[in-house]
Design a binder for this molecule. Sequence first.
Ligand SMILES: [Zn+2]
Length: 135
Amino acid sequence: MHRIIRTKQSGQILGSLLCLIGFAALVAVFWKTWPNVSGSANVFSQLWSEILVGQINLASIVTLRLVYLTVVGTVLLILGVVVLAFSRQIFYVSSASTQLQCPYCRNQWKARRGMGWAECPYCRKFIHPQTVKKV
Ligand SMILES: [Zn+2]
């Protein structure tokens, strides 16, 4: 038995993108609040109050409250990790050969692979072999 990890590229891109945006949002929050927080005695409570009251300007057009940015950033980051995790499909493939059967002539033969189209070695038809059993 050996393990094959197949990744869905679209899922990988989407997941990475979500992680990146979420991470960027959280970095922006820290970057905005850190100058006020770093000198504080209680960093975490100061950080939290800064996040609750703080705002951030994006190109002087959009004003975002830091608390929303923090929530959205966290959600996107988690979503990105979930998408990345689900876009990895792990297959356990038997390295032993598989017994295949032709759906037309019912002859059987062994092959390394059980999936996909193949030419029947007996009737020379182009068929989708049926898996009989693992040998
Ligand atoms: Zn056949």
